[in-house]
Write a protein that binds this ligand. Structure first.
Ligand SMILES: [Zn+2]
Length: 302
């Protein structure tokens, strides 16, 4: 039996946006709910469940970014399904205002609240939903003949999960394999945990537990080699960003703003909030490892 079915649409700029249904003999899960404007795609997924005679037991948000949870309440009103995600996601899933403020406006002196960014992020989220179950990785869901293991894939946000469908050696991911070819940094907030998550996925592949990967925005990965290459590219990317930041501070002390603009320019990325949080995450890690210190907002080499 086909256990995972993906549904795809396209975002402005041509990036795919996918959600997935995991179908068991007894129950079903919807992985992510996309965002406002994508009701058609989500309806297709719900119709698919109806055609297979299953009701939706769980809405799973891989993480609490707007394009993964924006239609939670819309789906819940139709299905009465329980909402589950990484335990960290609770506040962001419950309250779109908190979500927007902390995701986009964490550095109000550098990123301004504009109609454009409100349209891109805030307007795409419907009303919040309560998290019924907070996960951290390691939990198992039994959907009849289908067993789903939760994998901690945090780092892109402080909390993110992937779903391992054991019988299919298939792994459903949100954004942990971040997009590298976008006009802005797709980003991660915690480089240390991000590397750990990449290593965790690599381990699942090299031990033969995962041979297929489906994500929200990238083409599906079929076969271990494809997946391992994608992981290696992200590990290299994190190393490059770290090295670039450290070299620039050695050359000349700089503020978060200086370093964010330098990294964005050198990678030809639009300087915006995601890249800013990524650079701030690297700086925090460098300070933690005492390679860099920060005095009155100026980062300098130790
Ligand atoms: Zn995301």
């Amino acid at each position: 039996m086909l256990r995972v079915q993906s549904f795809e649409s396209y975002m402005t700029g041509g990036t795919p946006l996918r959600i997935h249904v995991i179908l068991g003999s007894r129950a079903a899960m919807l992985v992510d709910t996309a965002m406002r404007g994508y009701e058609g795609m989500v309806s297709q997924a719900l119709d698919f469940l109806g055609e297979h005679g299953r009701s939706l037991a769980w809405i799973v948000n891989t993480h609490a970014h707007h394009d993964h949870m924006g239609l939670n309440s819309w789906v819940q009103a139709q299905t009465d399904a329980h909402v589950v995600s990484h335990a960290w996601s609770r506040r962001w899933i419950a309250d779109p205002v908190t979500n927007f403020q902390e995701f986009v406006l964490g550095y109000p002196e550098l990123i301004h609240d504009t109609p454009t960014v409100r349209k891109e992020v805030f307007a795409t989220m419907g009303p919040g939903t309560e998290l019924d179950l907070g996960l951290v990785g390691g939990e198992h869901f039994y959907l009849g003949d289908t067993e789903v293991e939760i994998v901690d894939t945090s780092g892109h946000l402080p909390g993110e999960i992937g779903l391992l469908i054991q019988e299919d050696q298939a792994l459903v991911l949100g954004d942990v394999l971040v997009g590298l070819d976008l006009p802005m940094f797709h980003g991660y907030v915690d480089p240390h945990r991000y590397r750990q998550s990449l290593e965790r996925i690599r381990e699942l592949v090299v031990t033969g537990r995962v041979t297929r990967v489906m994500t929200s925005h990238l083409p599906p990965f079929r076969g271990p080699e494809d997946i391992l290459n994608a992981i290696a590219d992200r590990v290299q990317f994190v190393d490059e960003i770290r090295t670039m930041i450290l070299a620039s501070i050695h050359e000349q002390p700089g503020t978060l703003r200086d370093i964010w603009l330098m990294v964005s320019k050198r990678h030809q990325k639009r300087p915006e909030f995601r890249g800013l949080t990524m650079v701030a995450g690297h700086l925090a890690e460098l300070v933690w490892h005492k390679e860099v210190s920060c005095h009155q907002g100026l980062y300098q080499a130790n």
